[in-house]
Structures are given as structure tokens and as C-alpha cells.
Design a protein around this ligand. Structure first.
Ligand code: FAD
Ligand code: SF4
Length: 486
């Protein structure tokens, strides 16, 4: 156990965010340095429970009490090894994960939970700084037995599958249609949540281990489904759930209305190019974001940094409660009112509101929305009569989630089957209906989280290794039907 009295004597602390008026002038991450001394005391709050529910809260099964103890006793190198035993990319989850482990922390029943996510990110920051994250090349015997595997898509699921399979000795080629690897980590998630240098540093490690990346190639177009099946012993589909949900109301076709994933990639590319003006910019605009989730919050923080005149975020659901409701008891990850860094920076949040139609100016550009208050009914949310009002907005960003993987092209040509939710169907070993073709991440699970994508990538890699070699020693943290604690 870390500090036997730590949970009694040390209050929870997490790093401060940089002042709002400073951080909205740049794109750097919002958090300040925390410091090793303070972090060791935070790790010391862990009670090393007999049944560590945090393990169950984390889809990767991260060995949280073990690394808390190692950090508390100052053995950071061993902590980094234990962390990497279950997580290929703790620098991603340590910055971006909503930390369901903390919702499941036993200390959280009676006090504030252990700052698990902060301990995770500090361990990996230290490990990179100390040079404790070298490339891990496969053994010659494993290489000799390895076979050719194609991974389609380079988001967290594809990267995790590729790293596991490369380390197991297989010759892995990652096909990515974008110009650089990373999936949503690179072109969805803004720099202020995770600076891309963390992604690039991990990709250098993967290249040194032997993973090959072929970017700017769309599987199903530049390389056909038949070619993939002929040239590779196995194919892993990790192509995400990229079909965005639309809003079929009058005026939806107007200029100035864009999907979040049209807007955010342009913004990320502009930042990468030295903060140039993107083709879709919020500068001087009255921005309305439809969708109150994390993607909407990413649009909000981006629009504020681009110099929006105003930002309003609409959500159809009612405002969540401030505290854990009775029907979402510990150790579940409850839907409560959360204030992300972007919400601190400005904008208005409007709940229980639904867009009825868009208004146009005389050039055909959106100039506003008619919104109505909604109330729940057996058939969904219905407008409250007489509650319609106009809201000005000349840039509208749709952030209402995704309906599944893109079917035309690769998936249709491969002939994979889909499940009832529109995702690529798979069996208990992540195998699709097509022999030798596996699926991992959002393409099989539906829109989810980075931690689930990494867990799926690891499990799918184990299944591929077993398929190719007859057995496997790769870990499989989850099955395809695993779900968050409910
Ligand atoms: C804006 C936004 C912000 C988010 N923020 C967070 C967050 O803070 N924390 C969190 O946990 N989760 C977040 N998520 C969710 C998380 O990013 C996803 O769950 C995760 O990235 C899914 O990983 P994946 O590898 O399955 O797919 P993706 O990351 O979507 O990667 C799929 C890749 O496949 C490529 N591809 C698709 N088809 C082809 C093809 N035919 N040929 C070649 N390449 C192809 C795509 O270009 C893409 O690069 C966010 C999602 C969005 C949209
Ligand atoms: S990956 Fe997420 S759930 Fe797992 S330990 Fe880290 S913050 Fe917690």
C-alpha cells in the first residue's frame, strides 16, 4: 500500500489550468506543470483496495494501485513498466480519457477519488523525459514466424493493434487515407487538449519497431479489397465510425452550416501549419454549436481561439445534475454536469433545446436558427408549444455524433456484415464475417472513447496473432461485447 494514512491526510489535488485570458491566445495544452513531489503525495492517497474497482472501471485494466505504490515510493521507472504492461499509449489516455476509473475508485464513495489520470500522465511524461520508452523490437525467432498484416486506419485502435502485432513479429502495414497518421487524435482533437508532439513521438517509436505507415492511401480506392486480401494474411479494419449524424430540418443545406468533423480538421491543419486562417473560420462569427458533448466542446474551444464574436452550444437533453444521481450509483461513470476547459473559456450552454429550422440571409448563408424548448415524451423529445425563439448565428457546427463506419468502398467490397446498430459485425474474437478480416475500435463498437479503442486494438491483435500462429501470448483486455459499468 502506498501511504497508509494518505487518504486521510492528503486532499485530492490536480494541476491548475492556465489563466483563460492567456490560454485562449495560443493553442498549447491548458494544464500547468504539477510537480513530482505533489504527485507522489497524490499517488499516496491510494488505499490499495482488496478488490480494486478502478481496474474494472478502466477498459484497459490498468494496474492502478501498483503504479500508485511505485510512484509513492519513488520507483518511477518500474511504474512506467507496469503502466505499459496494459496501455500502449498512456500519454493519450492520461490527457484525453474521461477517467471512468476515478468514478469507480473506492475512495470516491466517501471522499474525492484518487487523481488516477494525473498519476498516469505524469508517469509517462517522466518516462519519455528519462528515455525509458525505447523501441521494443521483436525477437528474431518471432520475426521469422511473422506474417503480413494490413491495418486500415491509424487512430488509437489501429495504432494499438499495429504496435502489438509488430512486437509479436508480424510485418504490419498501416494504411491511412489522411496525409499523416493518428486518426481523430490528429485531426479531430484540438491541440489545446493534446499537443500533436505526443502523437509524433509515439509514431517515431513505432517506426523504429518496424511498423510501416502508408499515408494518403484510401483502402478500397488506392488499394483494393481484393489486393489487401491477396497480399496480407490478415486485415484489421480500424477505420473508425466517421459517418456524421445530420440534422434534417428546413435550411440544413445553407452555406455556413458544417459538420464538426469538417471544421475541426481544418482548424487542426491550420494550427499545424503555423496558425494560418483555415477555410472555415469562426473569426468574427456568431457561432452556434448543435450538440452538447465533447466534440461540441472541442468546437467551442477552437472557435474561441479563432476569435468568434459569440458562441452558443445547444443540447437537446436537459442539464445533467451536479452530483451523482441515485440511478447511477458508484462505481458507474455518471452523466453529471461537467465543466471542460473550453466551457471555462466562454460561450453559453442551452439545454433542452431543439433546432426547428435554419434562417438565411439574402446571400443564402445561414443567419440564425429557430429553436424550441423540448420535453421528453414516449416518442422522444417533443417541442413545447409556443416556446419557439430565434437565435442569431452565421456559423453553425453540427456535433451530434456519428452513425457508424462508411460502407461504400472498402467495407462493401470486402463484403463484411453489419450488426443492428450499423457497426461492422464481429464474433467473440473480433473476426468479421469475412475470413481473415478483423475489426477494432469505433468501426466495430460505434462511437466511443480512446481508452476503448486502445483496448479493442490490443484484443484484436491477440485474436489476429492466434489466427495466424495457432495461439498467442498477447493480452486481450476486453471482448467485443464489453461495456462500461452500469
Ligand atoms: C472531435 C472529437 C473529439 C474527441 N475527443 C475525445 C476525447 O477527448 N477523449 C476520448 O476518449 N475520446 C474522444 N473522442 C472519441 C475518440 O477520438 C474515438 O473514439 C477514437 O479515436 C476511435 O478510434 P479509432 O481508431 O477506432 O478510429 P479513428 O480515430 O476515427 O481513426 C480511424 C482512421 O481510419 C482512417 N480511415 C477510414 N477509412 C479508411 C480507408 N478506407 N482507408 C484508409 N484509412 C481509412 C481515417 O482517416 C482515420 O484516420 C473524440 C471524438 C471526436 C470526433
Ligand atoms: S486509461 Fe482512462 S480509465 Fe484507464 S486508468 Fe487511465 S484515465 Fe483511468
Amino acid at each position: 500500500m502506498a501511504d497508509p494514512k494518505g487518504f486521510l491526510t492528503t486532499p485530492r489535488q490536480t494541476p491548475a489550468r492556465r489563466p483563460v485570458d492567456v490560454r485562449i491566445t495560443d493553442w498549447r495544452e491548458v494544464y500547468t506543470e504539477f510537480g513530482a513531489d505533489r504527485l507522489e503525495r497524490q499517488a499516496g492517497r491510494c488505499m490499495d483496495c482488496g478488490i480494486p474497482f478502478c481496474h474494472t472501471g478502466c477498459p484497459l485494466g490498468n494496474l492502478i494501485p501498483e503504479w500508485n505504490d511505485l510512484v509513492y515510493t519513488g520507483d518511477w521507472r518500474a511504474a512506467a513498466e507496469r503502466l505499459h504492461a496494459t496501455n500502449n499509449f498512456p500519454e493519450f489516455t492520461g490527457r484525453l480519457c474521461p477517467a471512468p476509473c476515478e468514478s469507480a475508485c473506492v475512495l470516491g464513495i466517501s471522499s474525492d477519488p484518487v487523481a488516477i489520470k494525473q498519476v498516469e500522465v505524469e508517469i509517462i511524461n517522466r518516462a519519455w523525459a528519462e528515455g525509458w520508452v525505447p523501441p521494443r523490437r521483436p525477437a528474431p525467432a518471432a520475426l521469422a514466424a511473422g506474417q503480413k498484416v494490413a491495418v486500415i486506419g491509424s487512430g488509437p485502435a489501429g495504432l494499438a493493434a499495429a504496435q502489438q502485432l509488430t512486437r509479436a513479429g508480424h510485418a504490419v502495414t498501416v494504411f491511412e487515407r489522411a496525409d499523416a497518421p493518428g486518426g481523430l487524435l490528429r485531426y479531430g482533437i484540438p491541440e489545446f487538449k493534446m499537443e500533436k508532439r505526443h502523437l509524433d513521438r509515439r509514431l517515431i517509436q513505432m517506426l523504429a519497431e518496424g511498423t510501416e505507415f502508408r499515408c494518403g492511401l484510401t483502402a478500397g480506392v488506392d488499394v483494393s479489397a481484393a489486393q489487401l486480401r491477396a497480399e496480407y494474411a490478415a486485415v484489421v479494419l480500424a477505420c473508425g465510425a466517421t459517418v456524421a449524424r445530420g440534422l434534417p430540418v428546413p435550411g440544413a443545406e445553407l452555406a455556413g452550416i458544417h459538420q464538426a468533423m469538417e471544421y475541426l480538421p481544418l482548424a487542426n491543419r491550420a494550427v499545424a501549419a503555423g496558425d494560418t486562417e483555415p477555410a472555415i473560420s469562426a473569426r468574427g462569427r456568431h457561432v452556434v454549436i448543435i450538440g452538447g458533448g465533447d466534440t461540441g466542446a472541442d468546437c467551442l474551444g477552437t472557435a474561441i481561439r479563432q476569435g468568434a464574436a459569440s458562441v452558443t452550444q445547444l443540447e437537446i437533453l436537459p442539464r445533467p445534475p451536479d452530483h451523482r444521481p441515485a440511478d447511477e450509483p458508484w462505481p458507474t461513470h455518471p452523466a453529471i454536469f461537467r465543466i471542460s476547459s473550453a466551457h471555462e473559456e466562454g460561450g453559453d450552454r442551452v439545454y433542452a433545446a431543439s433546432t426547428q429550422r435554419f434562417l438565411a440571409d439574402d446571400t443564402g448563408r445561414v443567419s440564425g436558427l429557430v429553436v424550441a424548448a423540448v420535453t421528453p415524451s414516449p416518442s422522444g423529445f417533443v417541442p413545447v408549444p409556443g416556446s419557439e425563439r430565434e437565435l442569431a448565428g452565421d456559423l453553425v457546427l453540427l456535433a451530434m455524433g456519428f452513425t457508424g463506419a462508411e460502407r461504400p468502398g472498402l467495407l462493401t467490397d470486402l463484403g463484411v456484415q453489419f450488426d443492428g446498430r450499423g457497426n461492422v459485425a464481429r464474433n467473440a474474437r473480433f473476426h468479421t464475417s469475412v475470413p481473415g478480416v478483423f475489426v477494432a475500435g469505433d468501426a466495430g463498437r460505434g462511437q466511443s472513447l480512446i481508452v476503448w479503442a486502445i483496448a479493442e486494438g490490443r484484443s484484436a491483435a491477440a485474436a489476429v496473432d492466434e489466427y495466424l500462429c495457432g495461439d498467442t501470448s498477447l493480452p486481450a483486455p476486453i471482448g467485443p461485447a464489453a461495456a462500461p459499468l452500469r
